[in-house]
Structures are given as structure tokens and as C-alpha cells.
Design a protein around this ligand. Structure first.
Ligand code: FES
Length: 164
């Protein structure tokens, strides 16, 4: 805990404790932990003498901030108009149901973080999904679930090899 407080102090000192530098400070915290841990936001609000609600307002306004840890993989599904008309709404629902995740959230086993976004600029090959930077076009519910299930299998293989 002392070390964590030390990290926060270093970040705040880096910006001379300037309230106007709140966003870079929060970015640095996120770079350190991968998300914005609630205890760090509490400590930061106290240190800067700001209401905690202000930090949460910033954290929820900017989509680059995350309030929960990220999963091992990133799954992004386009639910923009063209993709939606070609079935991405149903694909999104199936992913959420199958892997117990909400758009913007991470699966309970932290396998992946799921984002549903508007237009990935590849409407001609809709519906589009990106997994860890790789594009999948013309996805269906079945193919999307298969790709994501493959992530779980890969993780299990890596774990088993690590245990040998
Ligand atoms: S609407 Fe999905 S890529 Fe454009």
C-alpha cells in the first residue's frame, strides 16, 4: 500500500499537483495499473482536495479511461448502421450472453474486454469485428463466437504449457 501511495505521489508531483493537469495524471495512473483503481482515485481526490465525483466525471466522460481491469484480449465489434443492418446487433447480444460480458466490460475470467463501437471504416465488408488488432469481415454469430472461443482455447494451452 505504501508503494502504491508512493506511485500516486510521484505522479502528482510530476505535474506539481496542478489540478489543471488532472487528465494527464489520470492517464499516468491508468498507464501504471492498466485501469483506474478506485482506491487510487480516492487517494488522488484527497491529495488534490477535489470531490471524488469530479474524478469520476472525467473518467466516465473520456472513453479512453477504464474503471475496471482490462482482459487479456481485445474484442471490438462494429454496431454502426451498416454492420447493424447486417446483423451485428444479434452478434453483440450473443457475445454478451455467451461470455457474460457487457459492451465496455471485461469477462469475469478476464479473457477479453469487449467494445461495441460505431463504424470501423470497413462498411463494405460488414459486419466487422477486430480481435487483438486482426480484422474479421463478414462475421456471423457463429463465426464470431468461434473466433472468441479460440482465444479461450489458446489461453488454456498457454496455461497448460506453463504448468509443465
Ligand atoms: S458500420 Fe461497421 S464498419 Fe462501418
Amino acid at each position: 500500500m505504501a508503494q502504491e501511495n508512493n506511485i500516486l505521489e510521484q505522479i502528482v508531483d510530476r505535474y506539481d499537483g496542478e489540478v489543471g493537469m488532472l487528465i494527464p495524471m489520470m492517464q499516468d495512473i491508468q498507464a501504471e495499473y492498466g485501469y483506474l483503481p478506485p482506491d487510487q482515485l480516492h487517494a488522488m481526490a484527497k491529495r488534490l482536495e477535489l470531490p471524488l465525483s469530479r474524478l469520476y466525471a472525467v473518467a466516465t466522460f473520456y472513453s479512453s479511461f477504464r474503471l475496471a481491469p482490462k482482459g487479456a484480449h481485445d474484442v471490438t465489434l462494429c454496431v454502426g448502421t451498416v454492420c447493424y443492418l447486417k446483423g451485428s446487433g444479434a452478434i453483440s447480444e450473443a457475445i454478451c450472453r455467451e461470455f457474460r460480458v457487457e459492451p465496455g466490460g471485461t469477462t469475469p475470467d478476464r479473457l477479453f474486454t469487449f467494445q461495441a463501437v460505431n463504424c470501423l471504416g470497413a462498411c463494405a465488408v460488414a459486419p466487422v469485428m477486430i480481435v487483438d488488432g486482426k480484422y474479421y469481415d463478414g462475421v456471423t454469430t457463429a463465426s464470431a463466437l468461434e473466433v472468441i472461443s479460440g482465444l479461450a482455447k489458446d489461453e488454456a494451452t498457454v496455461q497448460n504449457e506453463g504448468e509443465r
